[in-house]
Every structure is written in structure tokens, then in C-alpha cells.
Write a protein that binds this ligand. Sequence first.
Ligand code: ADP
Ligand code: ASP
Ligand code: MG
Length: 450
Amino acid sequence: MIVAKFGGTSVGDAPAIGRLIEIVRSRREDDPVVVVSAMAGVTDALLGLERPVHAGDAATLDAALARLVTRHQETMQGLPGTGAALLAIAEDAAALRTELLPALGRRLRPQELDAVASRGELWSSRLVAAALEGAGVAATWIDVRSVMVTDDRFTRATPDARAVVERARTCLRPLSESGRIPVTQGFIGATADGIPTTLGRGGSDFTAALLGAALDATRVEIWTDVNGLMTADPRIVPSARTLAEASYEEAAELATFGAKVLHPATAQPLVRAGIPIVVLNSTQPERPGTTIEPSAILERMGDSPVRSISWKRGITVINIRAPRMLGAFGFLRALFEVFERHEVVVDVLASSEVSVSLTIEQRSHLGAVMRDLAELGEVSVDHGRAVVAVVGIGLRHTPGLAARLFRAVQPANVEVISQGASAINMTFVVREEDGPGVVQRLHLEFFGTC
Ligand code: ADP
Ligand code: ASP
Ligand code: MG
């Protein structure tokens, strides 16, 4: 078996779904399980419904819902056999309207946001299953919420891996063995009581990996809109090259620091069984893509020890200066307890004897975090920062890299520097507006082009 996941642009319109059908057909012998994202832009549009709901504006809400239905309808016109799916989508959009009306005039709760956002994957998967069937490929639509059991941390739920294994084996495997192709949703799940949840933005890759691990898949294919994992985001560095291979660790670091092509948790369920992830371009399916696996032989791009460069904007740096830290046992523990208490994830950390600097992405609990940190020392905050990460297994064996890196980054000012415990990344903070330029200069330094 394989799992084949198609991202938003790979199901974004009728031609894209046409290509998906041919890709799935070409993989029939591999017994694929198909996982799909919402059509490109639909998750944003669904989450955007909150605005008219909050404003109590029923007319704008109705217009936005109608646009979403029309978008799916227009796509279907190019695909035979999708009439019944359209009916199901239109009915569900009406049900969503009924769910939202009582919330007019207030903000949606996280639980309600998940119920809204999950529609995108539910609808696109109906379309894809019907289109496959219409093209003579036996496919069955499966509601992944009966498989993807999660906790109730709405908008960023964690799957219960054991339950997922059990249910994927009882629900998906027999279907696949009977010769039908299960078509299901990425990103969404449900609590054990059946309340809809989501795994966090970009989470469809993670779904594919969880199902791949549960089903002992021979590989997990991630079909997207670029040729694979690249030496940098091609939107920032147009000359970026596609990597033939990368290791799980490298992929995870790159994804954590902004390489959106993979969700940061994707590799995690696959490590134990060593199942490879192959990132492929759905518009050019004949290209080899990038294979991500444990044993990736160190493939050097020219003589660069660096595999790839990523960056992430919207970062806040918190500096805590603690005179009492000198000799004060438990300072770091107390510090981390603050972040744990407020469930705020720390990305980069650098410490000296008297101060600690760390970065966070999410600002929702910043006020409360600051209040608690103020009890430990003098606190200051810098907004509008970006994290840049230079990643490669080769970093472990390459002395003197920091000097090259700093030369390349100039004239931008580097604020916080950290080397991950795995020693395969060097991470630093710059002002947000310097981010793209820094990535380009680093690409020039390590790969010779920008
Ligand atoms: P999908 O909808 O298929 O999940 P995403 O938009 O989530 O696709 O991710 C693909 C995008 O990731 C690409 O269009 C590209 O701009 C971006 N990206 C960022 N960093 C990288 C990188 N290092 N390699 C490839 N793509 C990258
Ligand atoms: N549709 C979801 C999102 O836009 C999940 C995904 O695409 O992976 O975040
Ligand atoms: Mg994605």
C-alpha cells in the first residue's frame, strides 16, 4: 500500500483533479489510499466566515457561503459523475449556515472554528472520490473522522496514534484489499466523542504520514505544486534547486523553520518503520521529486555542506535578563514552566549566564506570559522578527561555517543565534524586512545562485 496526499493546488480546479485521476490510476498496483486537502484557498475562506458572523452580517455570510458552493460547482462541471457530490456539498453548506446563525454577533469558539474549517476537506474529498469513480477508477469516500481520533485541543489537536493504527487497519485496509481506493481527508479529525477537530494549518501532510505508518505503507507521496524539497523557497529564491534526497531530521528542521512544503510533524510517525516520504509535483508527475528517508546518503550540492535554507516571519523575541540567575537553581525550569502553563511553543533559544532570549510564533497568550516572566527577571520584547535556518547534515562536520554565514548575512543585523542539539541547523533571528534578502545572500554563498 501507499498513501498519496494531494495538497490544495493539486485539487484546486478541474484540470488539477484530472491530473490527480491519472496519477492515482498510474499507482493502482500500489493500492493507494488517497488523502486530500481542501481546494486551494478554501480553508482560508471558511475561516474568513468568522468575520461576518462576528459582525452579525448574515448577508455577507450568505454571499461567502454561496461563493464557496459555486467554486465547487464550477469545478465539477469539468468532471463527469460528480452531480451527487455537488448535492451533498450544497446541503452541507446549508447545514453550516444553520450552525452559524445562532453565533451571529459573537466570535466563534475554537471548537466551532474546527467544525467550520473541516468542511473544506470534506467537500474536496467528495469531489475527488466522485471524479475518480466517474473516470472508471473504483473509489470510496471515507470520513476520516472515524479513523483520526484526537484529543480536544481544538485547532491544533493531537492524534491518538494507537487508536489511529487500530481504526485505519479495520476501516481502510479491507477496503483497499477489496480493490477499491479509499479517498479521505487530511487535516481533520474528531475526539473520541465524535466532536470535529483539526490538526493545525497544513496538517494534511501529517494525516498522510499517520495513515502511512498505521497501514505499513511502502511510501507516503506528498503531491504538491513544486518539484520537491528545494534549497530554498522558490518564491524567495527563483533559482532554488530541487533536492534528490533529504533525511527525516533535515526535513523536520526545514519545515519547523518555515519550509511550508511539509508540515513539521510529517516525518515523525514514519521514523520507526523507516517509511520514505516522496515529495512530488502534481503538474509534472514524471519528475523524480525528493525522497526523504532515514538513510539519506549525504548528497552534496556542489561542495555545500548546507542542504537548504528556510525562514519564517511573524516571530516575537522575548529577552529575560535575570541577575538572580547567577547560581539560582531552577531558573530555566521556572522559565519553561511559564511557557508550558500557557501552552506557548518556543522555537529558538539562546542563553548566556545572565540572560535568555527565545522566540515564539504565536502571540495569543503573550500578555499572560510576560506577566509571569516579569516575576523571574527583567523582560523585553521585540516584534516583527524572522527566523532563518540553515540546515544540513553536513553542518556537523564543517568547522568554520559560522564565519561564512555571518559574512553572507551582512549587512543585516543578527539578533539571536542558536545551533540545534542535533547540530544539523544554525538558526538566527533578523528583522522581518531583512528576511528575504538574508535568504538570498545565504543561497548565493552556499549554492552559488540567488
Ligand atoms: P500544498 O497545498 O500542496 O500542501 P503548500 O502551499 O502547503 O502546498 O506548500 C508548497 C509551497 O511551499 C511551495 O509552493 C513553496 O512556495 C513553499 N516552500 C517553502 N519552502 C520550500 C522549500 N524549501 N522547498 C519547496 N517548497 C517550499
Ligand atoms: N486545508 C488545510 C490548510 O489549509 C490543511 C492542508 O492544506 O494541509 O491548512
Ligand atoms: Mg501544505
